[in-house]
Design a protein around this ligand. Structure first.
Ligand code: C2E
Ligand code: CA
Ligand code: CA
Ligand code: CA
Length: 280
């Protein structure tokens, strides 16, 4: 048993070593990814449950790595955050997404909006406001076409700082969306302190809708709370018709998920700009 333990330890040690090597390699590669043109932004439709119309998109980044292939954000966003690279990368994503939604708003004459994920590091960034202001000016986007997604964990550590920062962002005419709602702490108790326009119910709640009655009661309570604060609700990760119908009956305004559309390249989105998703 003793030698087994030592062996396991050696294997564990090797794996750790490999992991940190890979991490260092990825961090190094990531620092060049933007100017090597390896990052791509995909867009996932957000639709109105009332009439199936297209309302918005969420910008979701991918990395076409030269040797490792297509990497999902879960494989590199944390590295970008820890290394600080999320600052230039986040600015690049925001610029891409703003440019794109400006184009689609002009093409369709619809009040479409773009959700862009903000990371904790970006919220702490001193010149975040200047950076956003600059991107809006550069892309000529009407700020009403932009919604920044924040998470509970980002604001929880320093509620007062976050609330002040968020009010300044809102001062630019941009809207705010609370992402992954329900997965953080004490969400219900401080939602009213934050200038949030929109709330996204996390996929983990939506998943259980068709099986568990208790979960839909939680969702119902969240929707009621949001509405009482004048906040509208997006359900994320909607995969079945039953989930969509239940959410609609509970008063949820919007939905996003594989049932309607996966994240797509801009060229594919252009084919669904006038599509109605109600018949699904
Ligand atoms: P998120 O913000 O919660 O984004 C939603 C994730 O759920 C996306 O994964 C999306 O592809 C996936 N999804 C959408 N509909 C469904 C569905 O019906 N079923 C299932 N199973 N999944 C669905 P993705 O693109 O892999 O992104 C993962 C996470 O990476 C995001 O979670 C977000 O936290 C982060 N992320 C993505 N893009 C960015 C970005 O540009 N900046 C930052 N800071 N984070 C990003
Ligand atoms: Ca998000
Ligand atoms: Ca989310
Ligand atoms: Ca989520």
């Amino acid at each position: 048993a003793k030698s087994h333990g030592a062996e396991n330890y050696a294997i564990f040690h090797q794996t750790m070593h490999l992991q940190s090597l890979t991490r260092m390699q990825l961090e190094h590669d990531l620092s060049r990814a933007v100017w090597q043109n390896e990052l791509r932004v995909c867009y996932q439709p957000i639709i109105s449950l009332a009439d199936g119309s297209l309302q918005a998109f969420e910008a979701l980044v991918r990395w076409q790595h030269p040797t490792l292939g297509l990497l999902s954000p879960d494989q590199f966003i944390a590295i970008a955050e820890d290394s600080g690279l999320i600052i230039p990368i986040g600015a690049w994503i925001l610029r891409e997404a703003c440019e794109q939604i400006h184009k689609w708003r002009n093409q369709t004459h619809l009040p479409l909006s773009m959700h862009v994920n903000l990371s904790a590091r970006q919220l702490d960034q001193l010149d975040l406001l200047d950076s956003i202001r600059g991107i809006l000016a550069e892309t000529q986007l009407d700020p009403r076409g932009l919604k920044l997604e924040i998470t509970e964990t980002m604001v929880f550590n320093n509620l007062e700082y976050a609330a002040a920062m968020l009010r300044q962002i809102k001062g630019l005419g941009i809207q705010l969306s609370m992402d992954d709602f329900g997965t953080g702490y004490a969400s219900l108790s401080y939602l009213h302190q934050l200038p949030v326009d929109n709330l996204k119910i996390d996929r983990s709640f939506v998943e259980t809708i068709d099986t568990s009655g208790t979960e839909s009661e939680i969702i119902q309570a969240v929707i009621q709370l949001a509405h009482s604060l004048n906040i509208d609700v997006v359900a994320e990760g909607v995969e079945t018709v039953e989930q969509a119908n239940r959410l609609k009956n509970l008063g949820c305004e919007y939905a996003q998920g594989y049932l309607f559309a996966k994240p797509m390249e801009p060229g594919q989105i252009e084919k669904v700009l006038h599509k109605n998703f109600a018949s699904l």
